[in-house]
Design a protein around this ligand. Structure first.
Ligand SMILES: Cc1ncc(COP(=O)(O)O)c(C=O)c1O
Length: 362
């Protein structure tokens, strides 16, 4: 076996160049205090520079307008399922959520602990699977925000476009799609993304929040989870996930070197088109349950016409160096995650493996 590729949905493959850089830089001792990245005080100048670099790079990549704060917070996206309503509900009675599948349903469940949730748009769940229709959406008058999950990592569904929520701030769980394509941040009141897909390693979530939303009175929120406190203290109200921030900075540098978000998008679209085409032209041996136009470019979900062949296929792929292809536990089948770091060679190896398996079992 030659190369090995990790198709996991998260934590997922990181670029070889970033891993190589991490191998040397994480262990290097800083001139000012002799610390390695693992030992570095978060209040010191060296870590301050690392944090400022990561923030500036991200601001640049996404062209984040000046009236937004970029926070690097400890914990995963699931924590934001609570932090968003806790911080943004204010005096409003309602929050609205679009149900587009697994992760939005998890976010809805959590928000319901703090606020009255209106389902703005409903997931149909019928095949071919699709994101909810973009109109009409139910948005109550007294609504603090409307939450969407633009890319449903488990279902393999992506919205074809953003909904128009009028004056209601749009909030997005962009965990599996942030930095895979250019994005107009000004369309959103708040965006969040856990790092373990395209931003590095688990343990950190990036929150990008519009300034005026921080001025709303909050419910009783632990201070380390209060966006206003973290914004005022530059994400250093308490010890931040320092290694995750160092690695995020390296990931951002790598994206810049690859041509920025336009480069990521072009490469991602090419990879996704190749794989969906291999599925669609397999004479039914493989099939994608999601409708064209709603298919995730980063989480490609597919099934085998003979379900009994699913495990043999996943095992055959693993024997050929293609790992972590099992679908999400809620759905089964196969899922290939093609985040930014997945090289085209990995994808071509997967397509070749699918063809070999079909020849042997078709
Ligand atoms: C879209 C989305 N939201 C939320 C989560 C949960 O993230 P975490 O495990 O960091 O809490 C995931 C994890 O895969 C995800 O893909």
């Amino acid at each position: 076996m030659s190369a090995r590729y990790n198709f996991a949905a998260g934590s997922s493959e990181m670029p070889a160049a970033v891993l190589e850089r991490a191998r040397t830089e994480l262990f290097a001792r800083a001139d000012d205090d002799g610390s390695t990245a693992f030992e570095r005080p978060f209040t010191g100048a060296t870590f301050g520079a690392t944090l400022a670099h990561a923030r500036a790079r991200l601001k640049d990549l996404l062209a984040v307008p000046d009236n937004y704060h970029i926070l690097f917070l400890a914990g995963g996206a699931t924590q934001q399922f609570s932090m968003v309503p806790l911080n943004l509900l204010g005096n409003a009675a309602h929050v609205a959520y679009a149900d587009s599948g697994h992760w939005s349903q998890r976010a809805i469940g959590e928000a319901g602990r703090y606020a009255a949730v209106t389902i703005a748009a409903r997931y149909q769940g019928e095949r071919p699977l699709a994101a909810p229709p973009l109109s009409p959406w139910r948005l109550p008058d007294d609504c603090a925000y409307c939450h969407i999950t633009p890319n449903e990592t488990a279902d393999g569904i992506a919205y074809p476009a953003l909904p128009d929520c009028g004056a209601v701030p749009l909030v997005a769980d962009a965990t599996s799609c942030l930095l895979t394509a250019p994005l107009d941040v000004s369309r959103f009141g708040l965006l969040y993304a856990a790092a373990q897909k395209n931003l590095g390693i688990a343990g950190m979530t990036v929150v990008i929040v519009r300034d005026d939303l921080l001025r709303r009175p909050a419910l009783l929120v632990p201070s380390s989870c209060d966006y206003r406190v973290q914004a005022a203290q530059g994400s250093r109200a308490n010890t931040p996930p320092t290694i995750a921030i160092v690695l995020a900075g390296m990931m951002f540098d790598w994206i810049v070197q690859q041509g920025g978000l336009a480069g990521m998008q072009a490469c991602g679209q090419r990879k996704a088109a190749l794989l969906y085409d291999a599925i669609d032209t397999s004479a039914g041996f493989f099939r994608a349950p999601v409708a064209p136009g709603h298919r995730s470019p980063v989480n490609v979900r597919f099934e085998l016409a003979y379900p009994a062949l699913t495990t043999p296929f996943i095992e055959y792929a693993a024997q050929n160096g293609l790992h972590n292809l099992r679908g999400h536990g809620a759905f089964g089948g196969v899922r290939a995650s093609l985040y930014n770091a997945m090289p085209e060679e990995g994808l071509r190896a997967l397509i070749a493996c699918m063809a070999d398996f079909t020849r042997n079992h078709g």
